[in-house]
Write a protein that binds this ligand. Structure first.
Ligand code: SF4
Ligand code: SF4
Length: 368
């Protein structure tokens, strides 16, 4: 395991995210402690010393599970990170005390304001919770105070300027770097000397398997490297990244990731170019390359708002089923289920998109 100095400690470059453990119930409220502890123990034994959880993970059971497992290890050999989520609990004082108990510790090493968004920044700033956590830091119950963000860059800048935060956690991976606003977020934090903990380095597993042509390109360049290792090496290469979190939930993932983080090997500029080429190929095949030109819509007898449904389809493919909720807001006379597969739209699509095929897949996902 490779480490990076931070203040007066050394953090493992790979951290264990504790949000994807196997559970004993369908609702995901109760973790299978035996299986989860085997993963946490393997991580610790392989040199990982950063363990990230939150009270909202598995309805607080993730914190309890982690605390129960780590109590057998010397407290100065690992670092605990947990978070306060104002949307789930208003009583930040009560929550903080409960977290110390669940984690079986007298201090939290890395404490985060959880999931900053445009919709909750005012609540976080006005609730008094930040002042309280700064006080806890003075008292030694919190060592480093930071925040995690899913906010727009404008909100991120505003929150980052609140005071000198010790660290911040953002979603960072080569897909969002290339197609989203991640590079700008990275620069906002770097300019303010706020080191970064990375979440979603493989975008919830989506970057572990690419399309065959994209994988072939990567395999040609590094035949023995796994597809996931490209994603980890990309984030590892960025100088302001401290710890890269991975929600590993089986031993093969741990082994592969440990291998990636056993060397300081990083991607060369030429390899980053290859990666960007691969992600373009992946996006083209994995999602519908719709440009919203709307040439297709006047030709649909079922009056389906095709580009809007394809936009949601793409989000669904990349981000998962939660994105389907957006179909509720689409203004359209017809829905994907109404498509009669006449093919009339395809004759007018300059991108040669197989529109009925995508709509059928979307309709089936919405039905589920
Ligand atoms: S194939 Fe479906 S979406 Fe395309 S024009 Fe026909 S009904 Fe409309
Ligand atoms: S014609 Fe093709 S590219 Fe244009 S909006 Fe329709 S599906 Fe999208």
């Amino acid at each position: 395991m490779i480490y990076k100095p931070y203040k007066n400690i050394f953090l493992s470059r790979l951290g264990l995210g504790n949000m994807r453990f196997p559970t004993t119930d369908k609702e995901g409220q109760h973790i299978d402690y035996e299986k989860a502890h085997a993963i946490i123990d393997a991580a610790f034994e392989n040199g990982i010393n950063y363990f990230d959880t939150a009270h909202v993970y598995n309805n607080t059971d993730s914190e309890s599970c982690l605390g129960e497992c780590m109590k057998k290890y010397p407290r100065d050999k690992f670092y605990l990170a947990t978070k306060y989520n104002i949307g789930a609990e208003k009583d930040y004082k009560g929550m903080f005390e409960a977290q110390l108990k669940r984690l079986q510790t007298d201090h939290i090493d890395f404490y985060l304001i959880h999931c900053l968004m445009d919709s909750n920044i005012e609540e976080y700033l006005n609730s008094g919770c930040i002042e309280y956590f700064l006080e806890m830091q003075k008292q030694g119950k919190i060592t480093y105070l930071g925040f995690s963000s899913h906010a727009s860059t404008k909100t991120l800048e505003r929150f980052a300027d609140h005071h000198q935060w010790d660290f911040a956690q953002i979603q960072l991976n080569y897909y969002d770097w290339h197609f989203g606003a991640t590079e700008e977020e990275y620069n906002i934090l770097t300019k303010r000397n706020i080191p970064i903990m990375v979440m979603e380095p493989v975008r919830g597993g989506k970057l572990s398997t690419l399309t065959p042509d994209a994988e072939e390109l990567l395999k040609k360049s590094r035949p023995d490297a796994s597809i996931s290792s490209w994603a980890f090496n990309f984030v590892k290469t960025l100088p302001n990244v401290l710890v890269v979190l991975s929600g590993m939930n089986d031993m093969s993932q741990i082994e592969d990731n440990i291998k990636t983080f056993s060397t300081t090997d990083s991607l060369s500029p030429a390899e980053i170019d290859i990666l960007m080429e691969a992600i373009e190929l992946f996006k083209k095949q994995y999602t519908a390359p719709c440009t919203s030109c709307r040439y297709c819509t006047p030709n649909c007898p079922m009056k389906i708002n095709i580009p809007e449904y394809l936009r949601v389809y793409n989000k669904f493919k990349l981000d998962g089923a939660w994105a389907l909720g957006e179909t509720k807001w689409i203004q359209s006379d017809g829905t994907p289920a109404d498509c009669i597969m006449c093919g009339s739209c395809m004759n007018h699509c300059p991108q040669s998109i197989n529109i009925p095929k995508y709509l059928k897949e979307l309709a089936e996902a919405m039905e589920k």
